[in-house]
Design a protein around this ligand. Structure first.
Ligand SMILES: [Zn+2]
Length: 181
């Protein structure tokens, strides 16, 4: 039996006898640490468990996505993107998850589509930074994967921008209601 199936069976067994809830199946980093295996093995274990319906794909924030190959980009990513709309947004036209961001399977993990788009151009998001869909550049959708509409900012900066954008949107809303009277 391969190491991958051996580890996968360990978790499968513990789920089946009720000792481990599917949502408590460790992430790939924990599996790496617990079994002293490499990332490839660990991600393969998770892939087996996800395929067997025993756990759900892991959403990873703040960790490097790993390599984004030309093939993944050209043949798996780009076909899921709509043509540029009037805001200049390139909207994700495939699965979403969590807070409404596009979702893409990369290197055995489920990751945010807009992050893939940004990292393909710029490399990993620096630690302590997150990606903002820049309202001031005309971006109006969390589904947008146009790297020119994205910027790596600190959480504090992102919060301020969201607040400003929300107020701006509220202003537009109020004006439209007044106009319709
Ligand atoms: Zn956009």
């Amino acid at each position: 039996m391969s190491l991958v199936s051996e580890i996968a069976e360990y978790y499968q067994h513990h789920i089946e006898i009720g000792e481990l809830a599917p949502e408590d199946v460790p992430g790939f980093r924990e599996i790496m640490a617990e079994w002293e295996v490499g990332r490839t093995t660990s991600q393969a274990v998770r892939a087996v468990l996800v395929r067997a319906g025993l756990t759900t794909p892991q959403i990873v924030h703040g960790q490097p996505l790993g390599p984004i190959s030309e093939l993944d980009w050209a043949f798996r990513f780009l076909p899921k993107v709509q043509p540029r709309n009037s805001d200049g947004c390139l909207l994700w036209d495939s699965g979403t998850r969590g807070q409404g961001y596009g979702q893409f399977e990369l290197n055995g993990r489920s990751v945010q589509a807009h992050r893939v788009a940004w990292e393909y151009r710029h490399g990993p998001v620096p630690e302590g930074y997150e990606l903002d869909h820049v309202f001031a550049r005309g971006c109006r959708s969390k589904l947008c994967v146009n790297h020119e509409h994205l910027e790596a900012v600190t959480r504090a900066e992102n919060m301020i921008r969201r607040h400003v954008a929300a107020r701006w949107m509220a202003g537009i809303q109020v004006r439209t209601e007044l106009d319709s009277d």
